[in-house]
Design a protein around this ligand. Structure first.
Ligand SMILES: CC(=O)N[C@H]1[C@@H](OP(=O)(O)O)O[C@H](CO)[C@@H](O)[C@@H]1O
Ligand SMILES: [Mg+2]
Length: 550
């Protein structure tokens, strides 16, 4: 029986000791905190990734080092499962336990317990692929990760600096290499080639779209976006903006998808770049989110968020399945969270099955797998489209009976390749949107008019202990603290088109309040009233009460 290489682990773990008094948690986005605090976590994640690979018969596991849209000094790390999906939930707990072992001895104990409980066969080789975004703390953190991989003798591949979706793609491509389910060539080039050639076929014969401005958030999207631009040639002209990856402090600063979505305004850096009517979009710091926008003739800003992307894409997919003669054989469904704009939920549920799930991509992804074609997007622009294995089989074997059916079928097949089905992917989603716009001859204006967004407001509330907030009904109602939901209901009732919910954030030490209403001023007022109610109910310090809370 092969044993854990305890001496190797001990020697290396001693170089990455965990400070007392810090607690790490593997949350919705993996481990995420200040980059300077992550060294011991990275080492332990390296060890865990190797163990997970051994547990899964030497399938390749992915590790991504990024803190996405968060400020530049933050960093984070998450594990990617063999099909390119998020880490299985039960391992989130194992990861948290291992990360918090206080000493090297405790760490070794925790690892031995894990190996024993999960019956991990240590004689199996471990295979891991890893990558990082452009954060300055990345190289040192990757070195700590490599020590963890080395401690277990893992066969490790460094995919360098690339986007989160590329890393997810690589994991799936490596694990399906040479099989009938091959996901593509297992390189970044393979990814770019797969996406761009599907896109070119989708838009062949359509009038060329005007150039698209991409706000790269001064992050890794700038690097991969530039390579994608070369692959696209003149099928789509990309005008990359916010590409200052080497400028300290620039990442996600007053730009990027999260800025645009939360501030509901244009990144100031684009004011001189964008012409009225021109389409533009923002990626986030690791390029897995996408938000579109444009300025109208009056210079007024209009945002097309994840909900608008879902509406555009779902309608197109439904249209193609009908044209292909597959209506009734393939069911298209939508997955949203409570943050989806009420306008979008109304519009979509009048046309398609819509399911609401708790926040976090893994919930959306799993729910979307239950449809033949599942379209899922968080309002913040993170999402994708999933085709079930049966649907992929139908698309590859179906015999169309007319030329029109045949054309629609070819488009559907190309969609399965332009879409990164492992995870939300800003660049892949951008190509998807552009393909639909080309087919429909839509500008941002027509797309935006599919439905009207209800004015809404998101507010953060700092509370002494956010763990007392418990929810039900896909986070739309509070069950704890007791009595608070009834007070909330009472407030909401006074606002026309009012809707509001309160939930603890899974990534920040705050409680989030969302509110919408028919009129902007009412949405704001409702949000700040609910925020004030929450603050006071749980004993927030009156001296520190934010002045905008009502
Ligand atoms: C309102 C909002 O945008 N919440 C985000 C945010 O989660 P919170 O649990 O709300 O902190 O980060 C998650 C990870 O990126 C993302 O999945 C989610 O949509
Ligand atoms: Mg991201």
């Amino acid at each position: 029986m092969t044993l854990l290489p305890v001496d190797a682990i001990r020697a290396l773990a001693d170089q990455h000791q965990k400070p007392a008094n810090v607690l790490f948690q593997y949350g919705t986005a993996g481990f995420r905190t200040l980059g300077s605090a992550l060294d011991p976590v990275m080492f332990r994640v390296g060890v865990l990734a190797a163990l997970r690979s051994k547990k899964l018969d030497s399938k390749t596991i992915g590790v991504m080092v990024t803190a996405s849209h968060n400020p530049e000094p933050d960093n984070g790390v998450k594990l990617v499962d063999p099909r390119g999906e998020m880490l299985e939930a039960s391992w989130e707990t194992h990861a948290t336990n291992v990360a918090n072992a206080p000493t090297t001895d405790a760490l070794i104990d925790a690892l031995e317990t894990l190996v024993k409980n999960l019956k991990i066969d240590l004689s199996k080789p471990a295979k891991v692929v890893y990558a990082r975004d452009t954060r300055p703390s990345g190289p040192a953190l990757v070195a700590s990760l490599e020590d963890g991989l080395k401690a277990l003798g893992a066969d490790a591949r460094n995919a360098g600096v690339t986007t989160t979706p590329v890393l997810h793609y690589l994991v799936r491509a490596i694990n399906t290499k040479g099989t009938k389910d091959s996901y593509g060539d297992d390189t970044e080039e393979g990814y770019l080639e797969k996406l761009s050639s599907a896109f070119k076929q989708l838009v062949a014969g359509k009038p060329a779209l005007p150039p698209l401005v991409i706000d790269c958030a001064n992050g890794v999207g700038a690097i991969v976006g530039q390579k994608l631009a070369r692959h696209l040639g003149n099928s789509l002209e990309l005008q990359l903006a916010n590409t200052a990856i080497d400028t300290l402090g620039a990442l996600n600063n007053a730009c990027g998808a999260d800025f645009v979505k939360t501030q509901q305004k244009l990144p100031p850096s684009l004011a001189s770049v964008l012409t009225p009517g021109q389409r533009a979009c923002s990626l986030d710091g690791d390029a897995d989110r996408l938000i579109y926008f444009y300025l109208d003739d009056h210079g007024q800003f209009h945002m097309l968020d994840g909900d608008k992307i879902a509406a555009l894409v779902a309608a197109f997919v439904v249209e193609l399945t009908k044209s292909a003669g597959l209506e009734g054989k393939i069911q298209v469904g939508i997955v949203q969270t409570a943050y989806a704009n009420g306008g979008s939920t109304k519009y979509l549920s009048e046309r398609l099955p819509v399911k609401c799930v708790p926040t976090g991509v893994k919930h959306l992804h799993h729910a979307a797998e239950h449809y033949d074609i599942g379209v899922y997007f968080e309002a913040n622009g993170h999402g994708t489209v999933l085709f079930s294995p049966e649907t992929l089989e139908t698309l590859s074997t179906y015999q169309p009976s007319t030329p029109a059916q045949s054309t629609a079928l070819t488009h559907l097949r190309n969609l399965t390749n332009v879409i990164n089905q492992t995870v939300g992917d800003g660049l892949s989603d951008m190509l998807l949107v552009e393909a639909v716009l080309a087919h429909k001859s839509y500008s941002g204006v027509e797309w935006n008019s599919l439905y009207v967004d209800l004015p809404n407001r998101l507010v953060k509330v700092v509370v002494p202990d956010r763990s007392i907030f418990k929810t039900e009904d896909a986070e739309r109602r509070l069950v704890s603290p007791p009595g608070l939901q009834a007070k909330l209901d009472e407030l909401v009732r006074r606002y026309e088109g009012g809707r509001s919910f309160v939930r603890p954030s899974g990534t920040e030490d705050v409680v989030r309040v969302y509110a919408e209403a028919t009129v902007r001023s009412q949405a704001d007022e409702l949000a700040f009233r609910v925020a004030g109610l929450v603050y006071d109910e749980v004993g927030g310090d009156p001296a520190k009460r934010p002045s905008e809370f009502l």
